[in-house]
Design a protein around this ligand. Structure first.
Ligand SMILES: NC(=O)C1=CN([C@@H]2O[C@H](COP(=O)(O)OP(=O)(O)OC[C@H]3O[C@@H](n4cnc5c(N)ncnc54)[C@H](OP(=O)(O)O)[C@@H]3O)[C@@H](O)[C@H]2O)C=CC1
Ligand SMILES: CC(=O)N[C@@H](CCC(=O)OP(=O)(O)O)C(=O)O
Length: 325
């Protein structure tokens, strides 16, 4: 069994890890670390877990676990690892953004691999340290990578993506408050979202000569979970040719489905799936990409990486049912 530690226990991504791992056939949760709820039942912070798991948060770290998931805010993974040493055998999967860019990938002698399986599966299998991608970054990269792989990106890409409120974490804020978020929508960090760095890094990993711009406007949506992303760019090839290239790129990727039909977020919410829809009008290609920000965009993908790192089928424990409606 893979013995697991979770840091940042009261948060959204930690909660999602617990929900999935408690049913994972090869995993056992050794501890869930919390700075605010130590000694209390997990269900104090994750109410839906009442009756499902008898475990308390702890303020003690077991440094000998097989893998530890870091579910902390920006920049806190680095400081946590400075204060807490794990055994040499312990694998680390960081859900934050501290180690995703190449300039940050080496920390304290540890080399972090960017944990997008559909891009880096072979390297992930042999990695000990993983920088798990951001949620928008996952949805947008999965939409773009087949074009980059085939060096088909020649102009700017216009990106619009809307996220649910859980994307911003458990601590309430003005823009996650029900009274503000309900029946509302807004954009934020237009043209400057922090995920553009990791997205550009991955695009250039496949198409080094791409120098145009990824023009991204993120929106806050009136729902809790999910990301709906639309991207368009100029492509000369026929839709049939583009679809064939996407299907070839994702042939051995169990969580990505390519279609030319219309799609919606509820087809993937609560699952580790990404569905990509392609359509063309003239030389303009529209790519739609939907994921659940907390599963494929965070905790599900982190478990997918864990499966690969421990030699398991990457879908182990991730056969999750969609919400449907
Ligand atoms: N939400 C999402 O959709 C996604 C989030 N991410 C990233 O994953 C990380 C976790 O996200 P999320 O779960 O939403 O965040 P949350 O804010 O929901 O949870 C973070 C948790 O970290 C703990 N924490 C906070 N400050 C400290 C500290 N100084 N030292 C130790 N622990 C601390 C708290 O848990 P406790 O009180 O129990 O200690 C807190 O609940 C973030 O970096 C986020 O950007 C990535 C992809 C998607
Ligand atoms: C979708 C969504 O709301 N995202 C949040 C942060 C969560 C995330 O994925 O960002 P990092 O892991 O890079 O912190 C945002 O856009 O600010």
């Amino acid at each position: 069994m893979i013995n697991i530690g979770i840091i940042g226990g009261s948060g959204y991504t930690a909660g999602e890890l617990i929900r999935i791992l408690m049913f994972h056939p090869n995993a056992t949760i050794d501890f869930v670390y919390s700075t605010t709820n130590a000694g209390k039942q997990l269900s104090v912070a994750h109410h839906d877990l009442m009756g499902d798991i008898e475990m308390n948060f702890t303020d003690t770290v077991n440094p000998n676990v097989n893998v530890v998931f870091l579910c902390l805010g920006h920049g806190k993974s680095k400081s946590f690892l400075e204060q807490n040493q794990f055994a040499n055998h312990t694998k680390i999967i960081d859900l934050g953004n501290d180690f995703r860019l190449h300039k940050d990938e080496i920390f304290d002698g540890k080399k972090f691999v960017y944990g997008l399986p559909e891009l880096n599966k072979a390297v992930i299998k042999n990695a000990q340290f993983i920088a798990n991608p951001g949620c928008f970054a996952t949805a947008i990269q999965l939409a773009l990578l087949p074009l980059a792989k085939n060096e088909m990106l020649t102009t700017d890409v216009h990106i619009n993506a809307t996220t649910g409120s859980t994307g911003a974490g458990v601590s309430p804020s003005e823009t996650t408050h029900f009274s503000w978020r309900s029946n509302n929508m807004s954009h934020y960090k237009a043209f400057e979202h922090q995920h553009l760095g990791e997205i550009n890094q991955s695009v250039n990993q496949l198409q080094a000569d791409y120098t145009n711009e990824l023009i991204f406007v993120p929106n806050r949506g009136d729902f809790a979970r999910g990301i709906f992303a639309t991207l368009y760019t100029t492509i000369e090839e026929s839709l049939e040719d583009v679809v064939a290239k996407y299907e070839a790129f994702y042939k051995d990727q169990p969580f990505v489905t390519v279609t030319t039909t219309g799609i919606n977020m509820k087809q993937v919410v609560q699952t580790n799936k990404c569905i990509i829809s392609l359509m063309k009008k003239g030389n303009r290609l529209l790519i739609t990409s939907v994921i659940d920000n907390l599963t494929k965009g965070a905790s599900g993908q982190a478990i997918q990486n864990m499966n690969l790192m421990f030699g398991l089928d990457e879908t182990t424990g991730l056969h999750l049912k969609p919400s449907g409606f």
